[in-house]
Design a protein around this ligand. Sequence first.
Ligand SMILES: *[C@@H]1O[C@H](CO)[C@@H](O)[C@H](O)[C@H]1NC(C)=O
Ligand SMILES: *[C@@H]1O[C@H](CO)[C@@H](O)[C@H](O)[C@H]1NC(C)=O
Ligand SMILES: *[C@@H]1O[C@H](CO)[C@@H](O)[C@H](O)[C@H]1NC(C)=O
Ligand SMILES: *[C@@H]1O[C@H](CO)[C@@H](O)[C@H](O)[C@H]1NC(C)=O
Ligand SMILES: *[C@@H]1O[C@H](CO)[C@@H](O)[C@H](O)[C@H]1NC(C)=O
Ligand SMILES: CC(=O)N[C@H]1CO[C@H](CO)[C@@H](O)[C@@H]1O
Length: 429
Amino acid sequence: MLFRSLIAVAALAANALCADVPTISAKGSKFFFSNGTQYYIKGVAYQLTSDDPLVDGNQCKLDSALMQKLGANTIRVYHVDASQDHSSCMTTFANAGIYLFVDLDTFDTQIDPTTPSWNQTQLSLFEKVMDEFQKYPNTAGFLVGNEVLTTGNNSVAAPYVKAAARDIKAYRNSKGYRNIPVGYSAADIPALRPMLQNYLACGTNASEAVDFYSLNAYEWCGNSGYQQSGYSELEANATGYNIPIFFSETGCNKPEPRTFDDQSAIFGSDMSKTWSGAIIYEWIQESNNYGLISYGPSVAPTAPNAPPDGFTRSGTPTPISPDFDNLSKQWATVSPAAVSENAYSPSLTPPPCPAYTAGNWEVNGDVALPTLGQTYNQQIQASITGGSAAASASATPSSTSKGGASGNVEITGMGAGLSGLLFAAMLWL
Ligand SMILES: *[C@@H]1O[C@H](CO)[C@@H](O)[C@H](O)[C@H]1NC(C)=O
Ligand SMILES: *[C@@H]1O[C@H](CO)[C@@H](O)[C@H](O)[C@H]1NC(C)=O
Ligand SMILES: *[C@@H]1O[C@H](CO)[C@@H](O)[C@H](O)[C@H]1NC(C)=O
Ligand SMILES: *[C@@H]1O[C@H](CO)[C@@H](O)[C@H](O)[C@H]1NC(C)=O
Ligand SMILES: *[C@@H]1O[C@H](CO)[C@@H](O)[C@H](O)[C@H]1NC(C)=O
Ligand SMILES: CC(=O)N[C@H]1CO[C@H](CO)[C@@H](O)[C@@H]1O
């Protein structure tokens, strides 16, 4: 009896904590709320600390309130600690109408581009993150990797990314979790376009493909345009794509101030029938200078009591002017071409698996995916590349990109931020 009433009390408490918000699923090339309205992502990358920004309920309250003013409905978090309790932050974000895309990998489980592996150790750790975050109705999606491939000649890692999606989707289904979409976040490398996005979606067996694809693209800088930036090519590549696609990072920061003019293209008539929105890199101001807010002026790391890299990572967020307001205005004025789920019956088919092309796409698309634990060696390399020599010159990322920023700006963006933080954390220890 006592036990039963304790359970009842616990259930009540859990209900009070879990906001009742519609969940997200993918249908054809679009995302929908469970109430039938199409979901367009207006997101910000949110990684205040390198290990987990979703454990400090108070901080999440402060940040989510300002994100609502910005007009955001989504955050992306790159690294979490699955063993922590995330209920306070997740409920706070849910109450603010904010959904989460979370990367499943941690620094030691990410797929290595040159000697790729996909094994039980990695899968088990991915599963722990999924176990924790599937509980929350505002978890919109999971990412199996971020920018694993950065050149045409390391495309041999792509089958391992796809195998990770296969296995974590099978796990999701075996546990009876809801169909939370599983996807990949790609670096914007012209040499890999559109092969990588087609490869991850291709094949007749949807259980072996990603549920969505997303791109970290910094092509639109300053006073640019739909054609000039290269977005028209992104659109051409994505037209007819069978699964949702969106910008998992965007927001070139040179020249300043940031105007976010690309948002009117992404959410406008040129792209909003194909793309599901954008995540702006990033919330916190740090040394890479992509922040929308700061928690106070930066100080010299050597100053007494200074935070490791000089940037305060908690407290009351203050908008960076005019960038924050510029983005807020952009988002407030867009009206994407939404359809309702009932009215949408897609007849899209997966793209064909791309053929091996030396330097640009060194994967024989039709070869079977690696099994869990299958080690990368010469034999498997030969099967992936169809027997051709993998080593060959590849186009440099910037050579064909149109914007002021080359395809690898986001690597310095995200990479510099996090590695700076890690380095600082090591000094701190
Ligand atoms: C469905 O839910 C979303 C998110 O809460 C909301 O923006 C939208 O207005 C809702 N649609 C309907 C038809 O209630
Ligand atoms: C699995 O892959 C990870 C990451 O590459 C590696 O560190 C680990 O040693 C591998 N584990 C096994 C059991 O092979
Ligand atoms: C589709 O892929 C899954 C995962 O690899 C596999 O279990 C299933 O048998 C495949 N279905 C068909 C029809 O081949
Ligand atoms: C896709 O993008 C690539 C690289 O930007 C471009 O060369 C190619 O023509 C595009 N494909 C289509 C179908 O537009
Ligand atoms: C792979 O491509 C990169 C960038 O294009 C180049 O620097 C590197 O030398 C290439 N590696 C091999 C093994 O061809
Ligand atoms: C799109 C937008 O709001 N742009 C504004 C960004 O901020 C600068 C400086 O205040 C304004 O001049 C722009 O109009």
